[in-house]
Design a protein around this ligand. Sequence first.
Ligand SMILES: Nc1ncnc2c1ncn2[C@@H]1O[C@H](COP(=O)(O)OP(=O)(O)OP(=O)(O)O)[C@@H](O)[C@H]1O
Ligand SMILES: [Mg+2]
Length: 423
Amino acid sequence: MKVLIVGSGGREHAIALSVAKSPKVDQIYCAPGNAGIGGLAQCVPIGAMEFDKIVAFAKEKEIDLTIVGMDDPLVGGLVDELEKAGLRAFGPRKNAAILEGSKAFSKDLMKKYHIPTAEYENFDDAEAAEAYLENARFPVVLKADGLALGKGVLICENLEEAKEGVKSIMLDKKFGSAGSRMVIEEFMTGREVSVLSFVDGKTIKTMTSAQDHKRAMDGDMGLNTGGMGTFSPSPFYTKEIDEFCMKYIYQPTVDAMAAEGREFKGVIFFGLMLTEKGPKVLEYNARFGDPEAQVVLPRMKNDMIEVIEACIDGKLDEIDLQFEDNAAVCVVLASEGYPVAYEKGYLIQGLESFEGKDGYYCFHAGTKKTEEGIVTNGGRVLGITAKGRELKEARENAYRAVQWVTFENKYMRNDIGKAIEEV
Ligand SMILES: Nc1ncnc2c1ncn2[C@@H]1O[C@H](COP(=O)(O)OP(=O)(O)OP(=O)(O)O)[C@@H](O)[C@H]1O
Ligand SMILES: [Mg+2]
């Protein structure tokens, strides 16, 4: 079969690698893809938001399955457009992708269906938000309603900061139209864990757990980024917690979406906070995480295409989802200065070191193929993943492998997965 993947990051590279392993697949295309994905797929210069072009391409090439990796096209309704044209697509339709697309929607859903999450209030008016803050407990969390590249969340220590935050989100529109509405919520403390899942509308099967490192610098200092590294599984995510979440969070979320007439088919990413009062939902995403996918998918034993087709056909209950009994760590190699300002266009050397090395992966994010070779082309450049028998070994392997690649202004965190040593 012919598969089209929509997106251009490390996540899509990890998806492409899993898809390529399926004996069912003859040809992979990626729109727009990147230099690394180009080794597995034919990249086509169509942007992820160019719906008409994507649909036309899929029809022309007789694509059997389109996998939408990114949040923007999902929230914008790319899956609906593909289906309207009679094409098969993996990912939630627009009316279900709202689970990620609107934080106010997801909070109201959780409240209505008694799914544990932080206390909150929604606002579409800056004055009302400011008035509410007068009596709030600090720190308080402000969230722009819509998609904001992981930057629409502000944790404010006091009233003054919070009022400034409301102003920047709702009045100055720092996150664009994402800030027309906002959520103000209770600050929670605890360990964060990410759990990805496959969903077919009724049945949900969770993947192995993972943990992200969002801040730019060691020790969780510096600005929030798209993610500087991940490890999987999370040793804090126990069997008891998993059972609790299945009963009170995962299945209730899928059932709630169905009850609302918003049947969810695709991947739900549960961002959880393990609080003293039990696990609570921090956020939902409607797609694989990036860089969570880079540690979760390499550990998956199933044929990715079989799982995806079962989701689309409502037959996920027939799938026995299995993961390797090992661990993986992904260290992101970024351009110095990310996430604020950075230079591009530097030659990347050593990429061939990964060839034929089992258990080591070099996922491309911001890279570009030029006549001189593959060069840096973004803030996050590569995701270096390594497996190990347990987390400590995976971590040692990943930090050995990051040395195989060099480019000017190469920057990384040195403490990815370090928290696990406290266990
Ligand atoms: N109520 C809360 N209490 C404490 N910390 C929080 C709370 N809500 C969010 N955070 C912190 O802010 C981060 C980002 O929040 P959230 O996941 O809602 O935003 P996002 O922009 O959708 O992120 P992503 O890019 O992962 O989708 C969380 O990972 C968490 O560290
Ligand atoms: Mg999110």
